[in-house]
Design a binder for this molecule. Structure first.
Ligand code: HEM
Ligand code: HEM
Length: 129
């Protein structure tokens, strides 16, 4: 989870840099765009890994899912991350809506990460001494 949040921070910094360079018509160094979307796909992989660990762990412990609001929070974050990645593949000068969807989704994702961390912290308490 810590790595996912670090990836989100790197994406925010490189994304805002891409945004301001584009708006100030400054050249966009190739490494910046590459660093951004590589970190993006790493974050997608980390979140899917957290989903898999959560589901396997819960099924192993309870034999069923849906024991707390953490399930909704976790699934919402997965949907937001996949929407962010999918919209990024559509970003082009002829599809200005894709950039708006991408940036909007990523702002909501900050709320999603906060929600899943808080609910995750709550459910983990019962496993702590
Ligand atoms: C989920 C994985 C992600 C992928 C694969 C991804 C990929 C991309 C790509 C390809 C672009 C277009 C770059 C260009 O202008 O050519 C972009 C733009 C951008 N991304 Fe992401 N991104 C991801 C997540 C994020 C996150 C989490 C944030 C913010 C927290 C973010 C913020 C931005 C911003 C601000 C822009 C610039 C939009 C502009 O130029 O107006 N991205 N992203
Ligand atoms: C993007 C991040 C995360 C995703 C996608 C995710 C996803 C999930 C899912 C889908 C479950 C099954 C819940 C159920 O069926 O009731 C689960 C269980 C669980 N998760 Fe997460 N989770 C994430 C982050 C966290 C964090 C940060 C923590 C701890 C601080 C955490 C702790 C747990 C625990 C303890 C369970 C077992 C549920 C229980 O005993 O009720 N998760 N997770």
């Amino acid at each position: 989870m810590g790595l996912s949040l670090l990836a989100y921070l790197i994406l925010a910094v490189t994304g805002i840099n891409l945004f301001s360079r584009r708006n100030n018509e400054h050249p966009q160094p190739n490494w910046l765009r590459t660093a951004h979307y590589t970190t993006g796909w790493v974050m997608v992989a980390l979140v899917l890994l957290l989903l898999a660990i959560g589901i396997v762990g819960t099924l192993g412990h309870f034999g069923s899912l849906g024991h707390s609001g953490h399930l909704i929070a976790g699934c919402s974050v997965v949907v937001l991350v996949l929407l962010s990645a999918a919209s990024s593949t559509q970003i082009s000068p002829s599809q200005p809506w894709a950039r708006a969807v991408h940036v909007g989704t990523n702002i909501v994702l900050l709320v999603g990460f906060t929600w899943v961390s808080l609910t995750g912290w709550q459910v983990v308490q019962k496993y702590l001494p």
